[in-house]
Design a protein around this ligand. Structure first.
Ligand SMILES: Nc1ncnc2c1ncn2[C@@H]1O[C@H](COP(=O)(O)OP(=O)(O)OP(=O)(O)O)[C@@H](O)[C@H]1O
Length: 303
């Protein structure tokens, strides 16, 4: 009999997974899986638990939580030869990855999609020794995501990032960086660079409008040195996906990207601190098999 392992973060979002646990387990059982569950206990636990599921050769790992928990599970399986299929139940504060896959926020609907079992092999990113699903980047601007206090984040969700971002704007400084991408080189004073895997990032759903999740390419976005007024203008363009035509934005599609800053610069991986640059970003094409809704499959095949 096929075995499914549910890995859920009991603290994610508004703790909704706990309430729906009986429904989730029952639906997976009905879909033909012998199902067991593990509640994560803290940072890194989802990675450990995903590794255990790999060792036990579970056919399916269902992750219920936010982007942080999904990222941890991906980090547990990415390096392994045997990689179980993944199902995703979005239950966090930020669910950018699930949004990019058109997986509904409603837990019951998300589980039914998993039971329907249509999957695709999707790309993930790797930088140095860590894996990411949505985005990695650097520059002072990206460092604001972990300056947001957890309490504020829980109460305000995405809005917390914007409030913090606006507070920080006057102190933004450019940094010099050398960026090599698929054999090309750009050296610039930059405000930030982003290496995007999915097209749904921090509420900006049109940031990388052409990003596809199974083509083996990242979208590389670089915001060059700008003043405050120019920055606000570009941010407003980005909200409607009109920023790529701006002279202050550099955009390219690339499989491999190497970033070497002239001064200290942190790496941000899926919204969390991920060590210091230099960094080599590589796209692992169709590396994980993920259960997705029909609408996502149609969309990927269309473009
Ligand atoms: N039992 C636990 N208690 C406290 N923290 C936990 C627990 N289990 C996991 N965590 C941590 O919570 C982090 C964030 O969780 P997750 O991404 O699932 O949801 P979230 O905090 O609601 O939303 P976000 O998507 O904004 O991160 C995880 O990366 C993990 O380190």
């Amino acid at each position: 009999m096929k075995r499914a392992r549910l890995i859920y973060n009991p603290t994610a979002g508004k703790e909704a997974v706990k309430r729906e646990l009986p429904f989730i387990l029952e639906t997976l059982e009905k879909a033909g899986y012998e199902t067991s569950a593990h509640a994560t206990t803290g940072e890194g636990d989802a990675t450990e638990e995903a590794r255990r599921a790999v060792e036990r050769k579970h056919e399916l790992v269902v992750v219920a939580g936010g982007d942080g928990t999904i990222n941890e599970v991906i980090n547990g399986i990415a390096e392994q030869e045997y990689r179980p299929k993944l199902g995703i139940i979005p239950a966090g504060t930020t669910n950018d990855f699930a949004r990019a896959l058109h997986i509904p926020r409603d837990i019951k609907k998300a589980v039914e999609i998993i039971a329907a079992d249509q999957s695709m092999h999707l790309d993930i990113g790797k930088v140095n020794e860590q894996y990411f699903i949505n985005i990695a980047g650097g520059g002072r601007l990206t460092e604001l995501t972990y300056d947001v206090p957890i309490k504020l984040k829980t109460v305000l969700g995405q809005l917390a990032y914007y409030i913090k971002g606006i507070e920080m704007l006057p102190s933004l400084k450019p940094s010099r960086a050398r960026i090599e991408y698929d054999g090309e080189i750009i050296e610039e004073d930059i405000m930030l660079f982003l290496v995007s895997n999915s097209n749904s990032v921090g509420g900006f759903e049109k940031l990388a409008p052409d990003a596809k999740l199974n083509d083996g390419y990242f979208d590389l976005l670089i915001l060059k040195k700008v003043n405050l007024a120019e920055f606000i203008h570009i941010a407003s363009l980005a909200l409607r996906g009109a920023h790529l035509n701006s002279d202050d934005v550099f955009y390219a599609r690339a499989k491999n990207i190497k970033v070497t800053p002239s001064e200290k610069m942190q790496i941000n991986i899926d919204g969390e601190y991920g060590g210091l640059l230099p960094g080599e970003f590589s796209n692992l094409k169709q590396h994980v098999e993920i259960i997705v809704p029909t609408v996502f499959i149609e969309q990927q095949n269309e473009n």
